[in-house]
Design a protein around this ligand. Structure first.
Ligand SMILES: Cc1ncc(COP(=O)(O)O)c(C=O)c1O
Length: 381
């Protein structure tokens, strides 16, 4: 099956009783046993639920992994993965990763004794020089949030496999979705998602998932997911499974609109810089062409005159809602400085290149001419 067909069919048909075409929502905490030894594959919803399994089967197929575990949020997916490590372990990550991930690493898990190095991962030499004998993982987020910097996935996988110690690679694939990028195909060991974003795609659920490349990792992930109690509810799993059915057409519409918007912004006199990998001017345009199957629906731009001008743009748009999050059918606009990246210190934001001029946009699936016209009037006003 090709990608769009898997989106619609994989994992979905789970009703042998009435042959419903969609997956039933099994709203039960527990399942009765046929005997003291036998049940029908599920005993308790924290450990497993047929609706959640349907969604997990679907996402594992899309990401080319052996298994997927669905969690209550993207952050709980990351929390789950962090439990594969122990105090003293060292992890390398980009300095411009999602603010919530940065906070979880730099604050919460640092207090647990896990050590992190945040480096500019666009230059693979920085990754190599951050290696220590304790390095156990390299965290990849590409394109990064909000400045759309790319990390060369294959180069990072090579650094990990060339190392003398066992290092696993983990990729947050939220921004691209498996429609545009499948890190496991490049040898990445674990992929995580905030399913809140493109996979669900309708801004009506928060969720996450962890996909493993090997059975060994899958077992460890499943064990910790059950032990920590991080699984998502059957209803949330059902919503995400329903959303995924239209992932392909939605991603095409998102990136069509993003490209049109990026081209307009690039020539607008009030805009200093546009961060969109689809533009020839983008630092990582060539890498995006080889590593991704498209350029995605996220972009950021710097407004020349700084915060007050940026604020006017964000308040004057009519179609772009001033809101955090991304990947939904409706276009959103936000200010990383006080919104999505407020959990980073000012110093960390500046080091990552996020300034008072930076505005981030999640381009929805509305008509691209309407979006361009609305953004233009907001900039001109
Ligand atoms: C790239 C990325 N990873 C992870 C997360 C966390 O996901 P959630 O908000 O579902 O916990 C986000 C949220 O914005 C994100 O943008």
């Amino acid at each position: 099956m090709r990608f769009e067909t898997k989106c619609v069919h994989t994992g979905v048909d789970k009703d042998g009783t009435f042959n419903s075409c969609t997956t039933p929502i099994y709203t039960t905490s527990t399942f009765y046993w046929d005997s003291l030894e036998n049940h029908k594959g599920f005993d308790y919803t924290r450990s497993g639920n047929p609706t959640r399994s349907a969604m997990e089967e679907n996402i594992a197929a899309l990401e080319c992994g052996v298994s997927c575990r669905a969690t209550s949020t993207g952050m709980s997916a990351i929390t789950l993965v962090m439990h594969l490590f122990k105090p003293g372990d060292h992890i390398i990550a980009g300095d411009d990763i999602y603010g919530g991930t940065y906070r979880l690493f730099a604050d919460v898990f640092t207090k647990w004794g896990i050590k992190f190095s945040f480096v500019k991962m666009g230059d693979i030499e920085n990754v190599k020089s951050a290696l220590t004998p304790e390095t156990k993982a390299i965290w990849i987020e590409t394109p990064s949030n909000p400045l759309m910097n790319l990390v060369d996935i294959q180069a990072v996988v090579k650094v990990a496999s060339d190392a003398d110690t066992d290092i696993i690679t983990i990729a947050d694939n939220t921004f691209c979705s498996p429609y545009l990028q499948r890190p496991i195909e490049y040898g990445v060991d674990i992929v995580i998602h905030s399913t809140t974003k493109y996979l669900n795609g309708h801004s009506d659920v928060v969720g996450g998932c962890v996909i493993s490349r090997t059975e060994e990792l899958a077992e460890r992930v499943a064990y910790h997911s059950n032990s920590l109690g991080l699984g998502c509810s059957p209803f949330d799993a059902w919503l995400v499974l329903r959303g995924i059915k239209t992932l392909g057409p939605r991603m095409e519409a998102h990136q069509h609109g993003a490209m049109a918007l990026a081209r307009m912004l690039e020539t607008h006199p009030k805009v200093e810089h546009v961060y969109y990998p689809g533009l020839e001017s983008h630092r990582d345009h060539e890498l995006a062409k080889t590593q991704q199957d498209g350029f995605g629906g996220m972009l950021s731009f710097d407004v020349k005159e700084g915060r007050s001008a940026a604020e006017k743009v964000m308040l004057n748009t009519k179609l772009f809602l001033l809101a955090e999050s991304l990947g939904g059918v409706e276009s959103l606009i936000e200010y990383p400085e006080s919104m999505s990246h407020a959990s980073m210190t000012l110093e960390a934001r500046r080091a990552a290149g996020i300034t008072e001029k930076t505005v981030r946009v999640s381009v929805g699936i509305e008509n691209s001419e309407d979006l361009v016209a609305d953004m233009k009037q907001a900039l001109d006003s």
